[in-house]
Design a protein around this ligand. Sequence first.
Ligand SMILES: *[C@@H]1O[C@H](CO)[C@@H](O)[C@H](O)[C@H]1NC(C)=O
Ligand SMILES: *[C@@H]1O[C@H](CO)[C@@H](O)[C@H](O)[C@H]1NC(C)=O
Ligand SMILES: *[C@@H]1O[C@H](CO)[C@@H](O)[C@H](O)[C@H]1NC(C)=O
Ligand SMILES: *[C@@H]1O[C@H](CO)[C@@H](O)[C@H](O)[C@H]1NC(C)=O
Ligand SMILES: *[C@@H]1O[C@H](CO)[C@@H](O)[C@H](O)[C@H]1NC(C)=O
Ligand SMILES: *[C@@H]1O[C@H](CO)[C@@H](O)[C@H](O)[C@H]1NC(C)=O
Length: 321
Amino acid sequence: MDLRNKLSIACDIFLFIFTALIDIIRSFFKSLIPRKYRCKKINNEIVLITGGARGLGRLLSIRLAALGAHVVIWGTNETGIKKVVNEIKSLNGKCTGYVCDITDKQEIYKTANIIKKEIGNVTIIINNAGIAYGKAFVDTNDDEIEKIFKINIISHFSINKSFLPEMMKNNHGHIVTISSIAGLIGSYNFTSYSATKFAEVGYHKSLDADLKIGGYDGVQTTLACPYYFHSVGLCPNVKPRFPAALEPNYVAEEIVFGILTNKKNVILPGYFGLFIPFIELLPRQSYIKVMKKICDVDATMESFNNTSNVNEAVANTCMSI
Ligand SMILES: *[C@@H]1O[C@H](CO)[C@@H](O)[C@H](O)[C@H]1NC(C)=O
Ligand SMILES: *[C@@H]1O[C@H](CO)[C@@H](O)[C@H](O)[C@H]1NC(C)=O
Ligand SMILES: *[C@@H]1O[C@H](CO)[C@@H](O)[C@H](O)[C@H]1NC(C)=O
Ligand SMILES: *[C@@H]1O[C@H](CO)[C@@H](O)[C@H](O)[C@H]1NC(C)=O
Ligand SMILES: *[C@@H]1O[C@H](CO)[C@@H](O)[C@H](O)[C@H]1NC(C)=O
Ligand SMILES: *[C@@H]1O[C@H](CO)[C@@H](O)[C@H](O)[C@H]1NC(C)=O
C-alpha cells in the first residue's frame, strides 16, 4: 500500500470518528424528546405479522391496529385467527387473517400473492412466529431441528423475497425481527432455539447492511430481543429466578415504540444491552456461575417445561404459532 492510500484511509477514519460523535450527540438529544413526538404515523401502512393470533403476536396486532394500520395476520390455527380478527374489528381496527403454514415456502409465496391482490403492498413485516424446545442437545431429534429452523429463521427469507422488492422500489418499508435474549446469550437446554435466535440477529444485521449500503434509507429494520415474559406465548408458565419474567404488555409496548421510532435494536429489559457484553467478557467459570447460581437456569428450564396448565402445549414443547 502506498503512502497516498494509507493517508486516504487515515483521513476517512478521522472523518468517521468526527461524524460518529455528532451522531451520538444527536441521538442523545433526540432521546430527550418525549416519546409521543418521536413516533411515525402508521395509519396508511399494511402490517404483516406472523403468529399474530396468539401471545406476543396478538398483543402487537391489537396495538398496531389501534394506531390505524391494516393488520394482516398469518397463523396456522383458523379459529384462533378468526377470534383475533373479530376482536380487532370490534375495536374498529382493520384486520385480515390468512392461514399460512410458514414451514412451506410455496405456501408463503402463494399467500403473499393473494395479499398483494386483495389488500396491497405490505409495508411493515413483523417476523414474530416462533417455536421453542426446552431440551438437552442430545435429545433434540432431527424433525424438531428442521421444523424449528424452518419456522424461526428460514421463513424470514421467503417472506423477505415476497415483499422486499416492492419496499425497495418504493423506498418505503420496515422489517421487524422478533428474536430473543437467547439470540444474544447461550442458555441451558435451549440449543436449537438459541441457534435460530442467533441466526435471526445475523439476518437482521446483514439485511440492514444490504439496505442501508444499497441506498434504501426508507426501508427500516428493527430487531427485538426480549427476555422471558409470562402468561402468553412460548412459555406462559416460566418462572426465572433472576431477573423475573417481564410483563407481556410491557414487551409489546416497547416493541411498538421501537417500530414507531425506527429503532435498530429493542433489547428488553434495556439494561441487558450493557450487561450482556460484560458477562461475555467474564472467564467461562464465572459465566457458568452467573447462569447457575444467580439466574438458576435449571429451575428456569423446569418451569419452562411446566405444561401442567397449558392445554395446547405438547410435552416439553411450547408453540407460539
Ligand atoms: C386454536 O385457537 C383456539 C381459539 O383461540 C383455541 O381454543 C385452540 O386451543 C387453538 N388450537 C390449537 C391447536 O392451538
Ligand atoms: C406496489 O408497489 C409497486 C412497486 O412500486 C407498484 O407498482 C404497485 O402499484 C403498488 N401496488 C399498490 C396496490 O399500491
Ligand atoms: C434438560 O433436558 C434434559 C433432557 O432433554 C432433561 O433430562 C433435563 O431435565 C432438562 N433440564 C431441565 C432443568 O429441564
Ligand atoms: C431479501 O430480498 C431482496 C429482494 O429479493 C434481496 O435483494 C435481499 O438480498 C434479500 N435479503 C435477505 C437477507 O434475504
Ligand atoms: C407448574 O405449574 C403449576 C400450575 O401453575 C404450579 O402449581 C407448579 O408449582 C409449577 N411447577 C414448577 C416446577 O414451576
Ligand atoms: C417436560 O414435561 C412434560 C410434561 O410435564 C414431560 O412429559 C417431559 O418428560 C418433560 N421433559 C423434560 C425434558 O423434562
